[in-house]
Design a binder for this molecule. Structure first.
Ligand code: ZN
Ligand code: ZN
Length: 307
């Protein structure tokens, strides 16, 4: 099971109603953060997420509302005597920006902070998931990210087992571990006796961007597309490199992603006003508040849990 926790759903600056962007993804007890705007530590405290469980932080770009929460997180981890390394990923400039941030104030983390600068399109493989990055269009180096759960093997297929002249037994556990076994002189592969693979969930987060072809490309048939939709109209958006509700909705239709989340709401809109606009323009879209969660049990099994 994967849990997507919205720690901050607003953009540009916090309002009494919502904080600036941060999304936590929990898988197997481990937390990955996507963006960490100012105040993320407090949001985690309210959501009951320990900073000590954060293994990796992915920053989409270096505008203050997306990364200024990092020093507070690292200082708290230091106070709590963290020993595990912390990996921070971000676009061009990440090393310099984060190094400078961590030099401010009287503290020295007792653990390694390892900064990885990602050159646009990239693929990172971890134990149970992969992260893919892609360039978006925001006037400065900026990335979107895909969290791709690893595909899982299909269930054991009793028909297939029977056809091979075998009977279910303890060899199944061994085969699961070794992937290939010799049974009565015959080589059996795991795929010979299991059904089709179950595709892992795919969660896409755009960060800040104007409408951008790469988003459509990378969110093809995603489970969840978390798209920035800072403005309710083109008039409000003006010349800024952001997306409107209508544009986010169009990208979602093109991508054929299952669920659309409108994210990074501009501070000028109240929740009710913004939600009303979304309902008019793109009624299927989800508008989370801070601390709402999405439970992902499979590629096609998602459930919004309101706080
Ligand atoms: Zn922003
Ligand atoms: Zn920005």
């Amino acid at each position: 099971m994967i849990e997507v926790i919205f720690l901050g759903t607003g953009g540009i600056k916090p309002t009494p109603e919502r904080n600036v962007p941060s999304i936590a993804i929990r898988i197997d007890g481990e937390i990955t953060l996507f963006d960490a705007g100012e105040g993320t530590l407090r949001q985690m405290e309210i959501a009951g997420i320990s900073p000590m469980k954060v293994k990796r932080i992915f920053i989409t770009h270096f505008h203050g509302d997306h990364y200024l929460g990092i020093p507070a997180l690292v200082q708290t981890m230091s106070l709590w005597k963290r020993r595990d390394p912390l990996h921070i990923y971000g676009p061009e400039g990440a090393s310099t920006f984060i190094e400078n941030l961590l030099k401010s104030g009287y503290f020295e983390p007792p653990f390694d902070v390892i900064v990885h600068e990602i050159p646009g399109k990239y693929r990172l493989k971890f134990e149970n998931y992969e992260i893919w990055s892609f360039e978006v269009s925001h006037g400065i180096p900026a990335l979107g990210y895909v969290f791709k759960e690893r595909d899982k093997r299909g269930n054991f297929d009793l028909e297939k087992i029977k056809r091979l002249g075998l009977k279910p037994g303890s060899w199944m556990k061994e085969l699961e571990k070794k992937k290939i076994l010799e049974i009565n002189g015959t080589i059996i592969r795991l795929s010979d006796v299991t059904g089709p693979k179950k595709r892992g969930a795919k969660i896409v987060y755009t960060g800040d961007t104007e409408p951008c072809e790469n988003v459509t490309l990378f969110s093809k048939r995603a489970t969840i597309l978390i798209h920035e939709a800072t403005y309710v109209s083109e008039e409000d958006r003006g010349e800024s490199y952001h997306t409107t509700i209508r544009e986010a909705c169009e990208t979602w239709h093109d991508s054929k992603a299952k669920m659309l989340v409108m994210f990074h709401r501009g501070p000028r809109y109240s929740y009710a006003e913004y939600k009303r606009k979304v309902f008019e323009i793109c009624p299927q879209a989800i508008v989370p508040r801070d601390f709402d969660r999405i439970i992902v049990k499979g590629e096609n099994d998602v459930l919004l849990k309101v706080r």
